[in-house]
Design a protein around this ligand. Structure first.
Ligand SMILES: Nc1ncnc2c1ncn2[C@@H]1O[C@H](COP(=O)(O)OP(=O)(O)OP(=O)(O)O)[C@@H](O)[C@H]1O
Ligand SMILES: [Mg+2]
Length: 235
């Protein structure tokens, strides 16, 4: 991998996130500085409420930094307008949210095929079928999200995010609702994106098994980076 390992895909410089809500202003993330290299796999860990999902949103341009800067895949996300951000995400990024965000009026197959169609793939439905097969859901392709279990919805969301082969995949608890067998299949799928397509992965996880597979583990505490450990290239 040599050269490619030194290309930054994601850079946060002193980024902060504060949100205004009915209960007033909440400071969620503070002084986040982080560079993720191409092909790197980063595990984001930390207690509930420490800011993991919020940091993922910042990385994906789904929330704007209140301070500091966020660059992803050569774009400065700070100050980019909504349309440009949506196009950028569609073309280069896969995001799996903690609550999946599947489109309720579309079947599993349609959910996976839609971003492929938007990206101009003529064989979108064929590819979507293959992606669903890869996550073990061929038999559920014509089901609507409400007819799927939590773990099944999660696998559809992963298939949808990985189908366009994004350069950067951000996933919130990708194995959170899964049994061991399905969890292992998802881990294979994620790391296959890295191995076969050079994708960069940022994975929020409470799973020790998944975190251990990552090149680097960042631990958040109270909205700050408490630890940032790169694993020695052992094998
Ligand atoms: N829209 C919002 N408005 C105000 N506060 C928010 C908002 N979203 C999140 N928070 C707060 O920000 C903090 C971080 O939330 P976040 O969802 O990022 O945590 P997390 O590390 O992903 O937790 P979990 O492991 O439970 O998913 C929490 O204290 C939460 O209550
Ligand atoms: Mg979360």
């Amino acid at each position: 991998m040599g050269l490619s390992m030194t290309t930054p895909v994601l850079t946060l410089q002193d980024a902060a996130l504060s949100l205004d809500g009915n209960a007033g202003r909440v400071d969620i993330l503070h002084n986040i500085s982080l560079t993720v290299q191409q092909g790197e796999t980063l595990g984001l860990i930390g207690p509930s409420g420490s800011g993991k999902s919020s940091l993922l949103m910042l990385m994906g341009g789904l929330e704007q930094a209140s301070q500091g800067r966020v660059h992803a895949l050569g774009h400065d996300l700070t100050g980019m307008d909504e349309d440009a951000l949506a196009r950028f995400r569609r073309d280069a990024m896969g995001v799996v949210f903690q609550n999946f965000h599947l489109i309720p009026t579309m079947t599993a197959l349609e959910n996976v095929a839609t971003p492929l169609e938007l990206a101009g793939h003529r064989d979108a439905f064929e590819r979507a079928g293959a992606e669903l097969e890869a996550v073990g859901l061929s038999h559920r392709r014509d089901h609507y999200p409400a007819q799927l279990s939590g773990g099944e919805q999660q696998r559809v969301a992963l298939a949808r995010a990985s189908a366009p082969r994004p350069q950067l995949l951000l996933a919130d608890e990708p194995t959170g609702n899964l049994d061991e067998t399905n969890g292992a299949a998802i881990i294979d799928l994620l790391f296959g994106l890295r191995d076969r397509h050079g994708a960069t992965l940022v994975l929020v996880t409470h799973s020790h098994t998944l975190a251990q597979k990552c090149d680097r583990v960042v631990r958040l505490r109270d909205g700050r980076i408490a630890e940032d450990n790169r694993r020695e290239a052992a094998e």
